[in-house]
Ligand binder design. Structure first.
Ligand code: ZN
Ligand code: ZN
Ligand code: FE
Length: 747
């Protein structure tokens, strides 16, 4: 008998065809397998038992990265062939997953390079069809070795025979390599112009690097999508030195731990966290750190959570042999600049690292580590990059081809084609030329890889954003999309919802249609438009953009609104230099360098400063994050906060917070009552507007206390709550929403 089987889902670039080949030949079946748009087509011919067994095992034994969504089976007339053949690809790369993401080293490869009798023993570039670099090395489509940065390495006879043999795990593994023919490590001193430190063999260099790390050195290590700055996370002096060199801020450093057991030693790891840590995409997973751990305090100052990832290249695995238990692995860049990925850029690492462990496999495309946090058992992306980009997001319906340029901070762009949105990896804060170049270069690649020619371009309404200026310079029909409308549309898109929702967009800053800064917005919207049904009442903030780094300035704006000129005698006020205090109050009174905002993020900043949690912030969101970290569990009380279509008045809330501070109430209680008030406000808004669906988006919803509380209240009241998972709720997800709104308005 002969059957034609069509398999849909993620079945390309994941070793599916070789798997089908091995299964079919082991059962003595004839036929073929071929990639087609959106899946593979298989024909098999043989005796009934073998065919039945093939059909069962096709699902059960599929490769780890394959996701089978649908299988259609039809009868065919026998053709009496006796061979089974793998055909080449047919179809369109945007659908066929021809630009697969980078995948962590698989267990079989780990076993290979840890086996002293294996020819890849200790070889740091071991990979196979199921694992290894992909997107970061691809120069052009189709995804063949000749179109990757591996093209300069000619495979040795043994590697070539693995590559050519359908029964081998390395069949058509494009980056296939071994010590005889593949890339090599290089250890450099970080002083400019110096020759390699030691012309030792690869494993010698790794041993040397481990010793350097153990002795407290900072080593820049070339990975998949760029350089990391690494140091021993248990060595306080080393971590502090790195913090001083990299950026003088308290922004948490990511950690790499050798395995799951180590993750459990340093952090509380739930079942969904365990799955996220072991996911072949290997994101950084935010986890509650364990009190009293041996990690340096400087890893994540003032933060309850630590960001943990497990090794994802052979080199990472090998760094943890003998002795090192935890490594800081932070992006190799100065604050704001893109991650260093090229040898020509190595001078940028000179002031940062003591040594550089590089290699000669070029990185074509920079990709940072992705960051997730699990909520309700599902990993939620906070930064979408390595392992996830450029996997298309299925929109569930077809849209026209557009480009959306995103915002400013955490920028990423989005292209659409057919029923897919292709979101770039996290590009970074689009504030300098370096980052803009990275943006433009990635855009050129993606347009070519996915064959998209945008017919319209969407951008933020903010006239000052580089992304906006870039969009305007393209000469395409252009639409400006309101920031918070884009946040909600992004949440709708990943949930495949097109009907009207109540969107709750809480974040720090977004340009409003009235030219003021929005950020605490209730919008009834779909892709065609929005109605701003409620928002926080505007509060003046003095100091422009600089105020974000000085929550005490923001607090003064809120306090002055709530109390007029007679401010209560709060302890925080006594901590501000008299001269500065008077200056800011005068600026507020005369509205000098003062702007109005309805931002929820600024309200968090104000409350954080009023409770003396944080008066000065040195990274984005710090005041709010630390306020969340202080919130006491089990508090049901809340401050009064009334929904009002004319503007939600925060003055009674600020007055109540100040009163609690004055009577010496614990910060944990104040923080919890404040969070509870915001969550209840969302429920009130949902009740007032009679829409079944409520979409929550914006950076403020990265606050898990707020998210948990809000979702709990809404669900209990019967609302259908739309949340982000595949796309960040912060400005990293804006471009998707912009694209949906643009596509809805363009032919
Ligand atoms: Zn592998
Ligand atoms: Zn080889
Ligand atoms: Fe935003």
């Amino acid at each position: 008998m002969r059957k034609r089987i069509e398999v849909r889902g993620t079945v390309q670039g994941v070793g599916f065809r070789p798997f089908v080949y091995r299964l079919a030949t082991s059962l003595g079946l004839a036929g073929y397998v071929r990639n087609v748009s959106g899946g593979v087509v298989i024909e098999i011919e043989g005796v009934e038992g073998a065919v039945a067994s093939f059909l069962t095992r096709l699902r059960l034994e599929a490769p780890p990265l394959a996701v089978i969504e649908k299988v259609d089976i039809e009868d065919r007339d026998p053709q009496r062939g006796d061979a089974f053949i793998i055909h080449g690809s047919v179809g369109d790369p945007s659908k066929s997953g021809m630009v697969p993401p980078d995948i962590a080293t698989c267990d079989e490869c780990v076993a290979d390079f840890l086996d002293p009798s294996n020819r890849r023993y200790l070889y740091p570039f071991t990979n196979c069809t199921n694992c290894g670099p992909r997107y970061s090395i691809i120069q052009d489509v189709p995804y063949d070795r000749s179109n990757t940065t591996m093209s300069v390495f000619a495979m040795c006879a043994e590697c070539q025979s693995e590559y050519d043999s359908p029964s081998n795990r390395r069949f058509h593994a494009q980056p296939n390599a071994c010590p005889a023919c593949g890339p090599e490590l290089l250890l450099l001193s970080s002083s400019p112009g110096q020759a390699p430190l030691a012309p030792a063999s690869g494993s010698g260099l790794i041993r040397q690097t481990r010793q350097l790390l153990k002795s407290g050195a900072i080593v820049a290590i070339k990975g998949i999508g760029g350089f990391h700055l690494a140091c021993d996370a248990e060595n306080d002096g080393a971590v502090r030195r790195l913090r001083n060199r990299k950026r003088k801020s308290d922004k948490p450093f990511a950690l790499m731990l050798p395995d799951l057991a180590a993750a459990c030693e340093f952090a509380h790891v739930g079942e969904p966290d365990r799955r996220a840590l072991l996911d072949p995409r290997r994101p950084i997973v935010l986890l509650p750190g364990r009190a009293g751990s041996t990690l340096s305090e400087a890893v994540a100052p003032g933060n309850r959570n630590i960001g943990v990832m497990l090794p994802y290249t052979p080199l990472h695995h090998l760094l943890f042999k003998d002795g090192i238990r935890a490594l800081v692995m932070t992006s190799g860049n100065l604050a704001e600049e893109p991650i260093v990925s090229r040898h020509a850029d190595l001078p940028r690492l000179h002031g940062l690292a003591d040594h550089i462990l590089a290699h000669n496999r070029d990185i074509q495309t920079r990709v940072d580590d992705s960051v997730v946090r699990c909520f309700e058992g599902i990993p939620r992306l906070i930064r979408r990059a390595r392992g996830y980009a450029p996997e298309p997001v299925d929109l569930g319906h077809c849209v026209s081809e557009v480009l959306a340029c995103g915002g400013e901070l955490k920028s990423a762009f989005c292209l659409t084609k057919d029923n897919y949105a292709i979101l770039s990896q996290h590009i970074g804060d689009l504030e300098n030329l370096e980052t803009l170049e990275f943006f433009e270069e990635t855009l050129r690649h993606m347009k070519r890889f996915f064959r998209v020619e945008p017919r319209a371009v969407a951008c933020d309404l903010h006239p000052g954003y580089l992304s906006t200026k870039f969009a305007l310079g393209l000469g395409l029909p252009q639409i400006g999309v309101q920031h918070h409308h884009a946040h909600i549309a992004s949440c709708m898109a990943e949930n495949r919802v097109r009907e009207k929702v109540l969107g709750v967009a809480f974040d720090g800053t977004g340009y409003g249609t009235d030219g003021r800064i929005w950020g605490g917005e209730f919008l009834i919207c779909d892709y065609k438009g929005f109605d701003r049904v409620a928002h926080f009442k505007y509060v003046p903030v003095a100091g422009g953009d600089a105020a974000v780094r000085e929550p005490w300035r923001i607090a003064l704006g809120y306090l002055r609104e709530a109390f007029g000129d007679r401010l209560p005698d709060l302890p925080m006020l006594r901590r501000i230099e008299e001269k500065k205090l008077r200056f800011v109050l005068a600026a507020l009174a005369r509205r000098i360098n003062t702007g109005d905002t309805s931002s929820c993020g600024r309200l968090f900043d104000a409350v954080s400063a009023i409770c003396e949690v944080r008066l000065e912030a040195n990274y984005e969101g710090q005041a709010a994050i630390e306020l969340e970290n202080r919130a006491a569990a089990g508090v049901e009380q809340k401050y009064a906060l009334e929904l009002d279509a004319a503007g939600i008045d925060t003055r009674p809330l600020i007055q109540a917070v100040a009163a609690d501070v004055m009577r010496g109430a614990p910060v944990g209680l104040i923080s919890a009552k404040f969070h509870n008030a915001i969550a209840s406000l969302v429920l009130d808004a949902a009740r007032a507007h009679h829409l079944k669906r409520v979409a929550l988006s914006g950076g403020t919803f990265q606050n898990f206390y707020l998210l948990t509380r809000t979702v709990g209240l809404l669900r209990a009241a019967g609302f259908d709550v739309l949340l982000h998972s595949a796309i960040p709720p912060n400005d990293g997800g804006l471009a998707l929403g912009q694209a949906m709104i643009c596509a809805a308005g363009s032919p």
